[in-house]
Write a protein that binds this ligand. Structure first.
Ligand SMILES: NC(=O)c1ccc[n+]([C@@H]2O[C@H](COP(=O)([O-])OP(=O)(O)OC[C@H]3O[C@@H](n4cnc5c(N)ncnc54)[C@H](OP(=O)(O)O)[C@@H]3O)[C@@H](O)[C@H]2O)c1
Length: 337
């Protein structure tokens, strides 16, 4: 009988719409009310300024600039000891000096490439050798190369080496994904795909590690850092940011770009509270909902707003990308042309 029903496409569609209406009208309203009460209670219990991280050890990848740098400052203000990881040593030193002034009693610098698994093991080992514990692992390092598939700066490897230590401390993992993982804006195919893979991986890991270790998945909109100023738009993904170039310049006029300081503060507070999802700016959550409920509308919106604006912006260097089609393609060798 069930088979017969499945063959009947009209019945299938009718039941799907009926279930959808039931879900929207009966399940969602009480769910959102409970969620609201829960949020208010948790915010009251973990009042922002009372979260004390004194003596706790926080490892942040990609701490030499942007969001990672400011996460270090926010953790420092709460008294945490820090392990700062990135490739640019001079930048790490500057961040470490400021973090010490803001309240961190001990800061360890480790120059490492997170896409190298040996480096990932090394910086976790150095953390344990130095501090003897690890409380928060912040997987933040990332690149935003729009046109190359070399966006795979792994956020998977550090966690493998860190889990045993996080289990002992009942610690937390933070992973910096992106709203692109959900919204899939134009010209962010590789970036969005790598971020969606991260969400998928950490969602699964969260269930495996609960309740000992909590996992916070961060999905951000546009944040004012080097990344959206065109840092990784060259073929080598090494260009320094240029004023008025990159996607940031194109969207800044019509699409809000959040400052990095409040964003970092929200991430650290959310992580300390044990929030499962952290989205900044918060209106992006509404776009997530619209993406699921009316994807065609969101497609139209993103295409009109972002693709048009990005094309209007000043020409920028393009890496492994077919200029003419706005579609990334592979050559016969399986490499991007
Ligand atoms: N800015 C946004 O609008 C936005 C939106 C959503 C998500 N995000 C995510 O937020 C994270 C931080 O980005 P951001 O905006 O702060 O950009 P950013 O200022 O360019 O910072 C990226 C950081 O990652 C480090 N990094 C890059 N490749 C690395 C590697 N192979 N090994 C070690 N460290 C590496 C960089 O340090 P070194 O170059 O010194 O190694 C730098 O500290 C990224 O994962 C990004 O995808 C950003």
């Amino acid at each position: 009988m069930f088979e017969q029903y499945l063959r009947n496409k009209i019945a299938d569609a009718a039941i799907m719409h009926f279930m959808f209406i039931v879900a929207v009208s009966l399940i969602l309203p009480p769910f959102f009310i409970i969620k609201l009460i829960n949020t208010v209670v948790r915010r009251y219990r973990y009042s922002m300024d009372t979260i004390d991280m004194t003596g706790k050890v926080v490892l942040i990848t990609g701490a030499s600039s942007g969001i990672g740098e400011h996460l270090a400052y926010e953790y420092a203000k709460k008294g945490a000891c820090l392990v700062l990881v990135a490739r640019r040593e001079s930048r790490l030193r500057e961040v470490a000096d400021r973090a010490r002034k803001l309240g961190s009693s001990d800061v360890l610098l480790v120059c490492a490439d997170v896409s190298d698994i040996n480096d990932c093991k090394r910086f976790v080992d150095e953390t344990i050798n130095h501090f003897g514990r690890l409380d928060h692992l912040v997987n933040n390092a990332g690149i935003g190369s729009t046109y190359s598939y070399s966006t795979d700066v792994t956020k998977y490897a550090p966690v493998m080496f860190a889990i045993p230590h996080l289990k002992k401390s009942k610690g937390r993992i933070v992973v910096n994904s992106s709203s692109a993982a959900v919204l899939q804006p134009p010209q962010a195919g590789f970036y969005g795909a790598s971020k969606a893979a991260l969400v998928s991986y950490y969602e699964s890991l969260r269930l495996e590690l609960a309740p000992t270790i909590t996992v916070s998945i961060v999905t951000l909109g546009y944040i004012d850092t080097e990344m959206i100023k065109g840092k990784h738009e060259s073929k080598e993904a090494t260009a320094e940011p240029e004023a008025n170039s990159g996607l940031g310049a194109a969207i800044g006029k019509d699409f809000p770009v959040m400052s990095v300081e409040p964003c970092a503060k929200a991430i650290v507070n959310g992580t300390c509270r044990g929030d499962t999802y952290i989205t900044e700016p918060q209106f992006i959550r509404v776009l997530f909902l619209l993406k699921y409920l009316c994807p065609e509308l969101m497609d139209w919106f993103l295409h009109k707003l972002l693709l048009k604006k990005e094309t209007e912006a000043s020409p920028r260097p393009r890496g492994n990308f077919h200029e003419s089609s706005h579609v990334s393609t592979f050559t016969n060798e399986g490499k991007l042309d």
